[in-house]
Design a protein around this ligand. Sequence first.
Ligand code: EPU
Length: 338
Amino acid sequence: MPLFLPHFNLQKLNTLAVPAVANFYVAVHDDDELREALTFACTENLPLLVLGGGSNIVLRADFPGVVIQLKSQGKEVVAEDEHFVWLKVAAGENWHHLVEYTLDNALYGLENLSLIPGSVGAAPIQNIGAYGVEVKDLITELSALEIRSGIVVNFTNESCRFDYRDSIFKQALKDQYVITSVTFRLRKTAQLNLSYPALRDTLAGLDNPSPQAVSEAVIGIRQSKLPDPALTPNVGSFFKNPIINLAQLQVLRTTYPDIVSYPVDTVRVKLAAGWLIDRAGWRGKEAAGAKVHAQQALVLTNPDRASGARVLALAELIQQSVRAQFGVTLEMEPRVYP
Ligand code: EPU
């Protein structure tokens, strides 16, 4: 039976360092412990929060329920051919440690996703992405335990309905499954993705960069723009980059010729939310006890370890001002509890 800790302060378990208290906290190490924790929450009729690294959540207030943290560990080669290795990884593994492990074992594909905070099981939920790669490009399948029945189900890549910072686990199946393992198809010979301009520029001096060099370059770029959550509490990008119609972009361009956009398809573009927030005058500003990061306006920080409600109040002010200036709605990226 896993240990249920009552009245548990979650401040160290969320990278925004919000001082919220949960009725119960329980760490689980395998599917059976997870089922026991779920049964407890169900019997006591308490809401659930399944936590990985706590790097993509905002605790608006104390959590009146059971916080379950996945601590399962393990990596297993489940298949291999001439070009690829299929690696099945337990959900509780740390994401960046996995990236390092793959590079140390000459397995390639995750290098652009270096230094992203969080756990392996959380990565597919929001389809983490950076520097031209999204985790959906590497996932072949995953297993997830249905909360209602305790049954473990396999999801193919397609059935996860991955999209930009999105998956079925944030939509139709929200809060219905706990991801327990993820299977990645990794290359034996690297095929680098240097599509992201800053990455290409950083590596410009190297003739034939190695995947390790790509990883180091990504780490360098991240460290120059993104605050280290261990020192300055944050959850990375606080908003998604908004997707708008090409026609709306053309109107915006007449006033803002330097607006940053990326094509999505023939009729839609993605705007850089960081650029919008910056141009609305928020970069480096402080309000409601929280702060807009000076090197990247898309990141909100919580230097005084204030309440989640305060950070959300700043987010709301930013949303209002971006809407007023550009007519664009910013959708929050992290999940808000309770
Ligand atoms: N920009 C500004 N001012 C700012 C911030 C950005 O003008 O304060 C401009 C930049 O100059 C650039 C553009 O906006 O032209 C985009 O900025 P950046 O390249 O830093 O990337 P992003 O679109 O802001 C996204 C992801 C990041 C990911 C980077 C790199 C989202 C929501 N964020 O940020 O992911 O690391 O691209 O691929 O898609 C995260 O999700 O937590 C995260 C950090």
